[in-house]
Design a protein around this ligand. Structure first.
Ligand SMILES: [Fe+2]
Ligand SMILES: [Fe+2]
Length: 149
């Protein structure tokens, strides 16, 4: 993968992670359940760390972090505003799981494409973000099961 392509991919993640910060922050303020609201806030905080570590990576490669637009709508067919308008915490959790799975798949693909051909530091950051997304998806899934009981 050439540097241009890698920078484009990293900017894709940068934009997606920014979208997720916005989404989870909004979900946190619109959720009445205190515990779930705090969880969304914590997860938004971790997504902000992803935004920052991807941005640092882009800069280290000589690029400029660039917001490419709404990355969520093409995945779930809804913009952030419409997702928030959905009624029921279960719907939010299902969409969140879908988004985390998409992030995980894309992190895995990029890691696979650059491993051994790129600075180990970049790979390590992508892997760390992947683990966080895995934990988020697991928490959302668990919460969904608990609500169904
Ligand atoms: Fe993330
Ligand atoms: Fe996540």
């Amino acid at each position: 993968m050439d540097k241009e392509r890698l920078l484009f991919k990293l900017n894709w993640f940068y934009s997606f992670e920014l979208n997720q910060v916005d989404l989870y922050t909004s979900q946190s303020s619109s959720t009445k359940d205190d515990y779930i609201s705090l969880a969304f806030e914590r997860i938004a905080y971790i997504e902000q760390q992803h935004v920052d570590n991807i941005a640092d990576n882009i800069k280290e490669l000589g690029g400029k972090p660039t917001m490419l637009g709404d990355m969520i709508a093409p995945i779930v067919g809804k913009t952030v505003g419409k997702i928030l308008g959905l009624s029921g915490i279960e719907n939010l959790l299902k969409i969140n799981i879908l988004l985390e799975q998409k992030a995980m798949q894309d992190y895995k693909d990029l890691i696979h494409a650059i491993r051994g051909r790129c600075d180990d530091k970049v790979v390590k950051i992508l892997q760390s973000n992947l683990i966080d997304e895995d934990l988020h998806a697991a928490w959302f899934h668990n919460q969904l099961l608990e609500l169904k009981e």
